[in-house]
Design a protein around this ligand. Structure first.
Ligand code: C2E
Ligand code: MG
Ligand code: MG
Ligand code: MG
Length: 286
């Protein structure tokens, strides 16, 4: 605010009043740069998929990987998804971008299997815009057919907030069922949907949001909430994955309380395909 005041004072002194602070105009021009670059990025191959392992807490094995999109921007460097996915959603480009992620990661996963590595579960994030397009089901079927990936190894992650649109969503989710892929609720525990929505969708995996993991073990309340979500999962017949596991204490707590899977920097950061493959080959269970 001090910044704003100074800028106003300076510019009004020169009689050219402006609403924008230098920081604001920088942010706006970065946004424009991202917005204008998205289509080029898709054409020029500037997107990268990284893979973060999902660990089976009981055995310590890598049971899966979450595909996470990054943009290697020629001028701005690596741009995180939280910055450009909302823009891709607004402009509709999330649909071709999402299809690219789907194809690329299904192919990659199948290549790893063909090279003799044990099959792992591939988890993909999908946006609401993607799910509700007419061709969504078809594009899933095509990606599976083209890659040869068995549907049982593909899991789609939708966020808890998307459950608010359960009516519209249910039609798509029901159509996905017979394909044989899995479904996960991402960022569970921080969305704005009500628990009752869980009645209407068939879920295989609940992912506890990392904001609920980060205060374990200091906060007994955070622990109580995590335990309750694990119990909820058990009663709904689905597996539980904890996101953002960063410490040994969190790992021990989750394992002791029968949380099935964990993802987080304690195990590994998201990695480029080649590094993830090395991780798969050299993984030591303890
Ligand atoms: P998400 O699906 O909840 O993914 C988890 C995020 O947590 C990832 O951030 C991951 O790098 C980060 N993370 C993992 N372990 C830890 C940890 O131990 N500590 C901390 N602090 N963070 C950890 P990332 O890759 O920046 O992705 C952010 C979000 O962007 C994702 O959240 C997801 O909602 C979205 N996203 C990523 N890729 C795609 C995509 O292909 N399509 C769509 N629609 N959304 C995507
Ligand atoms: Mg996710
Ligand atoms: Mg999440
Ligand atoms: Mg998220």
């Amino acid at each position: 605010h001090a910044d704003v005041a100074m800028y106003h004072a300076k510019s009004s002194g020169r009689n050219n009043y402006t609403f924008y602070t230098p920081d604001m105009s920088k942010a706006i021009s970065r946004r424009l740069q991202l917005e204008n670059g998205l289509l080029r990025a898709l054409k020029n191959g500037e997107f990268i998929v990284q893979y973060q392992p999902k660990i089976h807490l009981e055995t310590g094995e890598i049971s899966g990987a979450e595909a996470l999109l990054r943009w290697n921007h020629p001028e701005l460097g690596l741009v995180p998804p939280n910055e450009f996915i909302p823009i891709a959603e607004e402009t509709g480009l999330i649909i071709p971008i999402g299809e690219w992620v789907l194809k690329t990661s299904c192919m990659q996963s199948k290549i790893w299997q063909k090279s003799g590595l044990l099959p792992i579960n591939l988890a993909l994030n999908v946006s609401y815009q993607q799910l509700k397009t007419r061709n969504f089901i078809l594009s899933i079927q095509q990606a599976l057919a083209e890659s040869g990936l068995d549907p049982q190894f593909l899991e789609l992650e939708i966020t808890e907030s998307m459950l608010r649109e359960a009516g519209e969503l249910k039609i798509v989710l029901d159509a996905l069922r017979p394909i044989g892929i899995k479904l996960a609720i991402d960022d569970f525990g921080v969305g704005y949907s009500s628990l009752s929505m869980l009645q209407y969708v068939d879920i295989n995996n609940l992912k506890i949001d990392m904001s609920l993991i980060k205060d374990i073990p200091e906060s007994t309340k955070a622990e109580a909430i995590a335990k309750t979500i694990i119990e909820l999962g058990k009663n709904l017949n689905c597996t539980i994955t904890a996101e953002g596991v960063e410490t040994k204490e969190q790992f021990d707590f989750l394992k002791k309380n029968n949380c099935h899977f964990g993802q987080g920097y304690l195990f590994s950061r998201p990695l480029d395909g080649s590094d993830f493959e090395k991780l798969l080959r050299n993984w030591r269970k303890d």
